[in-house]
Design a protein around this ligand. Structure first.
Ligand SMILES: Cc1cc2nc3c(=O)[nH]c(=O)nc-3n(C[C@H](O)[C@H](O)[C@H](O)COP(=O)(O)OP(=O)(O)OC[C@H]3O[C@@H](n4cnc5c(N)ncnc54)[C@H](O)[C@@H]3O)c2cc1C
Length: 556
């Protein structure tokens, strides 16, 4: 019994230590441990319950003796472990959104009734409390109710009423783009190696991002006047706009339920130089609503909030007045928020003016496109981005670390459940070699027939696959370098142009079309976990790092 008690405590510690050893200790690790514990408890309880019927059937009555201690232990096991995890849940915020974490902490500090939803603030006032004689900020709601406090933070978004009152009416800028968004249970083939993608087109662009748990979030931007509405299904409209784009785009749209697709017009506001009025201040989009292209609007709101909390704590310790604390907060946030606002605008400009080839958007001169001459803006942009991006990103993502360090927080972004889908030393190689990146995907390759019968031929990853159609056949060979090849005489089309090879074979890429016996097959690939579990069941933490030849590794 004592041994069992030891094991009871040891199991969660071992599981979590294992994850810590692999650098993956975090919410996911605790979630996994909860799942394992739940299953183990269930098995033990079932075993203990099955002892009596088993004794009846077999006549082994001595088993009865172990039933009770076993059952009691199983119950204790479940109770102790779930208490441990419940504690960890509160500490490590298992399965919580940022909003839930914030609400929970606010309730912990202020009491259960302190968070009130569904209240619309329409204006603010500054008053002096008759009893204490101290200055107070007053929020007035649409029903006439008032709330008083030392400070009032107007974190009410881009259409902020507090901002409107503080600086007067200002126009929001329409970006000229409407944006459809969705989150779908979808696992792209290369999810282990590529977490974020931007597809650029003329006056259209598409962004997809791994948001964990086998889910992908995506944004589809289309240039059109504000205020448009969809008469039919949003997905039908999206397929009209993006149906001819890459599989990575269309498959994601198709995999998203219609009711989960949202649409909104994208606005921002120019930076302002007044965020504070006495004891009232702005925070987040109300102060600096920016274009979404850098993914920084929410991040800046979080940095604002963190700065505010640091300043209030320090200011109160030093006995400073709240008006002064808010002015200090504004002074510390203004420049960084404005610079990132500018960068986001620049990123939006680049995405919305992108042209792949000369002739695009040139009306009567569109015919020049057929020559596929790279657009000088694209080439120049790539060059500039290649050399400036590392510095820019370091400042955008890590530029706030000084404040974090000063406040005793980890100065780095910790994505503890990030997938270990590849050896991180391969990163420089992936950055310069698309083929290497493609090979590193844990994907099963197949040929999808386009004759309407949905025929599919899975390609072997250990030799040759013979693909036959209408009496003709093509051999697809899996090379030692991890690439699929066909003979150079095979009719392969890429981006609507025949692939010409000067060697004896053609290396296939996803999206290529292979003609066999008059039938067209498209080269596709899907993450290997999709084959065994289906989309949405993907475990982000790859079990092992993909092996790469030592010779290709770059020293870390
Ligand atoms: C397409 C798109 C993609 C984006 N992607 C990213 C990204 O990847 N990363 C990132 O960091 N940011 C991103 N952003 C930006 C991010 O969503 C915003 O910057 C962020 O939500 C701003 O937070 P906020 O709290 O200031 O305002 P909001 O999130 O707008 O919250 C304002 C809140 O105030 C409430 N409210 C409004 N008026 C009143 C009132 N009168 N009284 C009471 N309550 C009121 C609202 O109901 C709402 O709950 C994206 C934005 C868009 C449009």
């Amino acid at each position: 019994m004592r041994l069992l008690a030891w094991l009871n405590g040891l199991v969660p510690c071992l599981l979590l230590a294992w994850d810590a050893w692999h650098g993956q200790l975090g919410a996911n690790a605790v979630n996994d441990a909860i799942r394992t514990t739940g299953l183990l408890s269930l098995v033990m309880l079932l075993l203990s319950l099955s002892v009596t019927p088993l004794c009846r059937v077999t006549g082994w009555n001595e088993l009865i003796a172990i039933r009770r201690p076993f059952g009691v232990w199983a119950f204790l096991y479940a109770a102790v472990h779930f208490s441990i995890y419940f504690g960890l849940d509160r500490e490590l915020s298992v399965s919580s959104t940022l909003q839930e974490i914030l609400a929970r902490r606010v309730e912990e500090l202020g009491g259960a009734e302190v968070v009130e939803n569904g209240v619309t603030v329409v204006e603010y006032k500054q008053e002096v409390d008759e009893v204490t004689g101290k200055k107070v900020a007053v929020a007035v709601t649409d029903s006439g109710r008032t709330y008083r406090g030392d400070v009032l933070m107007g974190s009410d978004g881009i259409w902020s009423k507090i901002r409107h009152q503080m600086i007067g009416p200002t126009e929001a800028n329409y970006s000229q783009y409407t944006c459809y968004t969705g989150i779908s249970d979808f696992t792209p083939a290369d999810i282990d190696t590529v977490g974020y993608r931007v597809f650029l087109g003329h006056e259209q662009y598409f962004v997809s991002s791994d948001v964990g748990g086998g889910k992908m979030q995506w944004y589809a931007f289309n240039k059109e006047p504000a205020g448009g509405e969809d008469r039919g299904a949003k997905k039908d409209r999206l397929m009209e706009l993006f149906g001819h784009w890459n599989d990575n785009v269309t498959e994601l749209i198709m995999a998203t339920p219609e009711e989960d697709v949202l649409r909104r017009d994208i606005y921002d506001r120019p930076p302002i130089f007044k965020w504070v009025d006495g004891r009232v201040a702005l925070l987040g989009d109300s102060a600096h609503a920016m274009q979404p292209n850098l993914g920084q609007g929410g991040c800046m709101a979080i940095e604002d909030a963190f700065q505010l909390s640091v300043d209030i704590r320090e200011g109160m310790e030093k006995g400073r007045d709240f008006d002064g604390i808010l002015r200090g907060y504004f002074a510390k946030r203004l420049v960084r928020a404005a610079v990132i606002h500018g960068m986001a605008g620049m990123a939006a400009f680049m995405a919305s003016t992108y042209k792949a080839h000369l002739g695009e958007g040139l009306g009567p001169l569109e015919w020049i496109r057929q020559y596929r001459i790279p657009h000088p803006g694209r080439v120049g942009g790539q060059f500039v981005l290649k050399y400036t991006m590392p510095l820019v990103l370091e400042w955008v993502l890590g530029g706030y670390s000084g404040v974090l360090r000063g406040a005793g927080r980890a100065p780095v972004c910790r994505i503890e459940d990030k997938p270990l889908g590849f050896d991180e030393r391969m990163f420089p190689t992936f950055m310069r070699d698309d083929d290497e990146l493609l090979r590193a995907a844990r994907a099963n390759w197949y040929l999808a027939g386009q004759n309407g019968k949905g025929s599919r031929v899975d390609l072997r990853a250990d030799g040759e696959t013979v693909v036959e159609a209408a009496g003709e056949s093509v051999v697809v060979r899996f090379g030692e370098d991890g690439t699929y090849y066909v003979d150079a005489s095979t009719a392969v089309t890429r981006d609507a142009k025949p692939v010409v090879s000067y060697t004896s074979s053609i290396a296939l890429r996803p999206g290529d079309e292979v003609a066999i016996g008059g039938e067209t097959f498209v080269v596709k690939f899907e993450h290997s976990s999709v084959v065994s579990h289906g989309h949405g069941k993907y475990d982000r933490r790859a079990e092992e790092v993909i092996a790469h030849p030592e010779s290709q590794l770059v020293d870390a």
